[in-house]
Design a protein around this ligand. Structure first.
Ligand SMILES: [Zn+2]
Length: 302
């Protein structure tokens, strides 16, 4: 099975028959099979289609291999929350759709021989929202990065805070930001890649705290939805909250085509001082490996 078929498209993605996709930007009909070679970028107009977290790691990490950490962590529904559907049902649906137990994958891998700690967000799991589990997994990734002095690369794809966890989800902004502050003081490189969409609490915390902030073309990046801002009477400029607009106004450092992302990140990591590990220091990671530290549910909330 090709990698791109393993990760179902998010519900907000383009129309798909399973074999064919219609590009939402230029309406060209694209073969799903061909999108594997273009990393799900439209070959006609360059529109970047959604990419799941696992597929993302396969496109970025050497040989598509990594060691995953904390894959067993899952929310306990601390507020026993329900709106149109119980939160537990949403968790089960997210898991069935993505094969994950939460919206964040954390991993150790390498980009062009440079060992990194990586985080990828899965929009297909409750909109990539950041809850207690996601915050804990990212904080642990930061701690590993700090302990090993390995660069941290986070690929964001999120609607924001996990509202079903209320204040507990909002606390994750401070928790992750505090950890990233420790990483910054230790001068360990931190890169973010902002993909469509990067909004809400994630945009307001970890997404914008990197040494270098990279964005994919056309990605929506911002805190509040444009329609909410417009309710206050503001006239929004053309391209508002898109990557190119943010680049023009100094909020991101680079806009990079997904097909050039891995070599670009490698150059940036070297620019920030990353070097390959000593030869023979450790075996290369395997995608079948699981970190022995996978732990049961025992999460501090902040
Ligand atoms: Zn297109």
């Amino acid at each position: 099975m090709a990698w791109h078929t393993k990760t179902p498209a998010p519900s907000t993605g383009p129309e798909s028959s399973g074999l064919w996709l219609t590009c939402p930007q230029c309406s060209r009909v694209l073969r799903d099979q061909d999108l594997a070679t273009t990393l799900r970028v439209c070959s006609s107009c360059g529109h970047h289609l959604p990419l799941g977290a696992a597929a993302r790691l396969r496109t970025l990490l050497d040989d598509g291999r990594w060691i995953e950490h904390d894959a067993g962590l899952a929310s306990t529904d601390p507020l026993t929350f329900a709106d149109r559907a119980p939160y537990r049902t949403r968790l089960q649906k997210g898991s069935a759709l993505t094969g994950l137990r939460d919206a964040v994958i954390t991993a150790t891998g390498a980009i062009d021989g440079l060992t990194i700690e990586a985080v990828a967000m899965e929009f297909g799991f409750i909109g990539g929202s950041l809850g207690v589990v996601g915050g804990e997994k990212i904080t642990r990734a930061v701690d590993r990065s700090l302990a090993q002095r390995r660069p941290l690369v986070v690929v964001c794809a999120s609607s924001g805070a996990r509202v079903m966890e209320g204040t507990l989800s909002l606390v994750q902004m401070a928790k992750v930001s505090g950890a990233l502050g420790r990483l910054d003081r230790a001068r360990v490189p931190y890169l973010t890649v902002l993909t469509d969409p990067t909004t809400g609490a994630v945009a307001a915390s970890l997404a914008m705290l990197a040494d270098i902030t990279v964005a994919e073309p056309g990605a929506r990046i911002g805190f509040a939805p444009p329609q909410v801002i417009a309710q206050g009477g503001a006239r929004l400029p053309r391209g508002f909250q898109r990557s190119e607009y943010l680049l023009e106004h100094g909020m991101v450092d680079m806009v990079v085509d997904r097909r050039e992302l891995a070599p670009t990140l490698a150059r940036l990591l070297r620019f920030l001082g990353a070097t390959p590990p000593d030869a023979g220091a450790s075996d290369p990671p395997s995608s079948s490996d699981r970190a022995a530290a996978d732990s049961p549910l025992d999460l501090p909330l902040a």
